[in-house]
Design a protein around this ligand. Sequence first.
Ligand code: NAP
Ligand code: GDD
Length: 326
Amino acid sequence: MKLASKTALVTGVTGQDGAYLAKFLLEKGYKVFGLHARRSSDTLWRLRELSIESDLVLLDGDLTDLSALIRVMEKSSATEVYNLGAQSFVGTSWDQPVLTANVTGIGALNMLEAIRAVNPRARFYQASTSEMFGMIQESMQSETTPFYPRSPYGVAKLYAHWMTINYRESYGLHASNGILFNHESPLRGIEFVTRKVTDAVARIKLGRQKSLRLGNIDAQRDWGFAGDYVKAMWLMLQQDIADDYVVATGKTTTVRDMCRIAFSYAGLNYEKHVIIDPRFYRKTEVDILLGNPAKAREKLGWVAETDLETLIKMMVDADLARVIKE
Ligand code: NAP
Ligand code: GDD
């Protein structure tokens, strides 16, 4: 008898992580359904870049619409649900705090409720974040470090994080939080600092742009590669017991040094091109993040495989190729 392959539902499938995760799951033989929030503009470019657009099934629905999520759970018969959908840009969360709360916070609760109503045995992954550590309470952040979010986005994510734990404890759901530190790739949205930098490096190198305006370049982040991080999400749902895990590289770098690496890879000096523009400062900043991935290494056997230099080179190369084609 042929065993039925596993079925996954991915919210946020059109985002950076959603695209990499869908590809990873398809390669493992999963049937993959993606929640697709309808937009008037094209949001499928990442699925096209990974050549998986026609390999998965997109189902219309929005995280703020519980009835749609119930229908999507019924239609997909998903046994694993990865909740990656969110208003994920920290800067925007001050301009749209209510939308951020509804999508990023209540959206996770809606997904948990839909699972409870349709198939409480389905396993659930919540995309938690290092942004919840905010004003850090320990120099290296682990699963036991107290949280202190510094943005409406961080607060919304903390609500979703605790609801995931609460539904695990209240209803016995197999629900896990991945507390992921920043992870980037050539598919990163242009509004995030790494991609903003690598896109600008490509344009400056090719003579299409002269300068790059940035905010606080002394901020430090623990940056890894998204392609490595989606594997940790999957590993969490393969464990007998649901739990929460920090996923990080264990190294931190300033935005300034990230710029230095990206510009010098293209033979440029960042100091000649970067202009500090207070418009990009945040109302409250997360100055430094540095994760301790020991638990993920020990329990999941997961390690970050791609170092920052390799990641930045990959991103600059991809942006050079894109800008040349324009
Ligand atoms: P992303 O590229 O911004 O993708 C976000 C996804 O959410 C997109 O597919 C977007 O759809 C979808 N979405 C937005 N509003 C929605 C709504 N109302 N209903 C349904 N879907 C909606 O984010 P990412 O970098 O892939 O991150 C994935 C998840 O991990 C997010 O929850 C993020 O907060 C979290 N996270 C990310 C990082 C990181 O460094 N990347 C670190 C920790 C946690 P459209 O394309 O149609 O807008
Ligand atoms: N976006 C942006 N644009 N950030 C800038 C700029 C700029 O022009 N100049 C300096 N920065 C600084 C920000 O102030 C921040 O300290 C840092 O660069 C990183 O900013 P982002 O790349 O926007 O990422 P983030 O750390 O705020 O949030 C990302 O990582 C979180 C995990 O820690 C997002 O992916 C979140 O969704 C995720 O949860």
